[in-house]
Design a protein around this ligand. Structure first.
Ligand SMILES: [Zn+2]
Length: 71
């Protein structure tokens, strides 16, 4: 493992998932990864408005088994 992280005053910049604006990943960016509270709420709202479906739980019960009872 080589941990050669260049220590420069260059904070990580992410993009706001909502509007795509560059957001510096610092403590100053209170709403990271979003650029603002507004974008955060928008994203959360979009997520919550989607129909929450649990994948994999289709009504797949009742598979007939051809196992004959042994005597
Ligand atoms: Zn944004």
């Amino acid at each position: 493992m080589t941990e050669s992280r260049p220590k420069r005053d260059r904070p990580t910049v992410v993009q706001c998932p909502t509007c795509g604006k560059s957001v510096e990943w610092t403590e100053a960016s209170k709403w990271r990864p979003f650029c603002s509270e507004r974008c955060r709420l928008i994203d959360l709202g979009a997520w919550a408005s989607e129909e929450y479906q649990v994948p994999g739980s289709n009504g797949d019960a009742g598979t007939p088994s051809d196992d004959e009872p042994q005597h």
